[in-house]
Design a protein around this ligand. Structure first.
Ligand code: CTP
Length: 427
């Protein structure tokens, strides 16, 4: 919800895109342990974003964390009680229940002291008691200054925790509060949320499946500073990669040049041209179960590439023309590869159409050997290229035809992935 002032009238406006709801996080019980580091203030942002995404966040503050931040801060952003070390006997039992019923425990920031206590099973405060009682995935996000992270004692404690199945989230390298630069910075909220999603999704419907996603435009250069490209933002492909990660898949994203960040946990293979994308895809097919082909691959490239920048003085007085050559069709090459190897690979492609969309989409699907096709009517307003939202018609095996109405690309991606996962689990 946000207030906006428009021509002097104040109105409440509830835009779905303002609230980053994440299906995987909806209703999940997340216990967030906060320990005494200057990075504590960042945890309020984490608690807030997780709550906005739909999680139920129970915060435990250690005594030293309360020197930096207050219970009120966290109560205000989570709308839930905040737990500290002041507990009565009944609350103590309730707090052990908190650890047992959590879907995930994240300790962020985790100081060297708390890491040492966790590694050695000490239970001298509410957070460490909860950690011992927790039967869920545990993430530890270290934050410490002054080279402490590299101390052999800290490293040995972290190794112990990892051996017991704890996931370490960071730390990042960079400038710390003291002004020193090195490893010890708390990961930023989007990275922590990415790691939480990985942990919560790991036993999902695509667990063990290897998914290859191509996304973004390709750039076809004709000299070192100029190229032909298209307006694809890569958003829909990135959203599909995230949706596959949320279902537990191993994901590799082959991306043309895009501004969109690659989701946490996905391997990233950056490419520029259609030919590079072709080679990157074909080289990885043998190790993939699913290919999701969202990239807006350029169908043509300049026939001649000039190693030097083309000078206008070298061109004729008339406007110059660029000779184009046909690029390989990557999906057609995948179709040939599948026929030659007989390998089980499920292929989902996209189609950008402006008229008679279902017939053109169905034709493209059979011509290019796809199992699923998501047809984008790119003539529709507020959908498709560069937009935050999309709507598609999904065609698939056994006559599947569903309309996925206009909504965020993340939600469209979740629905497409749900159909794909259902198919893979039934075949
Ligand atoms: N595609 C591909 N290789 C190309 C061109 C497209 O693999 N050289 C893939 C896209 O990633 C998408 C699908 O083919 O999954 C359909 O792309 P689209 O641009 O809709 O269709 P085209 O095959 O290029 O046909 P047309 O432009 O004539 O509609």
């Amino acid at each position: 919800m946000l207030y906006c002032t428009h021509l002097g009238t104040r109105q409440l406006h509830n835009a779905e895109s303002d609230i980053m709801t994440i299906t995987l996080l909806q209703g999940k019980r997340i216990v967030l342990g906060v320990t005494g580091s200057i990075a504590c203030y960042k945890s309020a942002d984490l608690a807030s974003k997780l709550t906005q995404a739909g999680a139920l966040v129970d915060v435990i503050l250690t005594e030293s964390a309360q020197q930096f931040v207050t219970s009120l801060t966290f109560r205000s952003v989570t709308g839930r009680p905040v737990y500290t070390d002041m507990w009565s006997h009944e609350q103590h039992v309730q707090h052990i229940g908190l650890g047992e019923s959590a879907d995930l425990l994240i300790i962020s920031p985790a100081t060297a002291h708390t890491i040492a206590k966790l590694a050695h099973g000490l239970a001298d405060n509410l957070l460490t008691v909860t950690a011992l009682a927790a039967r869920c995935p545990v993430l530890v996000a270290p934050a410490m200054d002054g080279g402490m992270f590299q101390h052999p004692a800290v490293q040995a404690n972290l190794m112990l925790l990892e051996q017991r199945g704890v996931t370490l989230a960071g730390p990042a390298e960079g400038r710390m509060a003291s002004g020193l630069v090195g490893p010890g910075r708390l990961l930023e909220t989007p990275e922590l949320i990415g790691m939480i999603r990985l942990a919560l999704g790991r036993d999902g419907l695509l667990s063990g499946k290897r998914v290859l996603v191509t996304t973004g435009p390709t750039q076809e250069p004709f000299d070192p500073v100029r190229y032909i490209t298209n307006r694809s933002s890569g958003k829909q492909g990135v959203a599909l990669a995230q949706a596959a990660l949320d279902l537990g898949a191993h994901v590799t994203v082959i991306a043309g040049p895009i501004a969109e960040p690659i989701p946490v946990g996905a391997a990233h293979v950056p490419v520029q041209t259609a030919m590079e994308m072709h080679d990157a895809v074909l080289g990885r097919l043998a190790a993939a179960d699913v290919l999701v082909k969202v990239a807006a691959v350029a169908d043509f490239r300049p026939a001649i590439y000039s190693e030097q920048k083309i000078k206008k003085t070298k061109l004729s007085a008339e406007a110059p023309s660029i000779q184009l050559a046909r690029n390989l069709d990557i999906l057609a090459a995948v179709h040939t590869w599948r026929a030659a190897t007989g390998k089980a690979l499920t292929v989902l492609g996209f189609a950008a159409e402006t008229e008679d969309v279902i017939n053109h989409g169905r034709d493209k699907m059979s011509r290019k050997g796809m199992d699923f096709i998501a047809i984008n009517d790119v003539s529709a307003a507020n959908a498709g290229f560069q937009s935050a939202d999309n709507q598609v018609i999904l065609l698939g095996p056994d006559g599947l035809q569903v309309t996925i109405p206009l909504q965020s690309k993340a939600k469209v991606a979740e629905q497409i992935m749900a159909h794909l996962a259902a198919y893979l689990n039934s075949s």
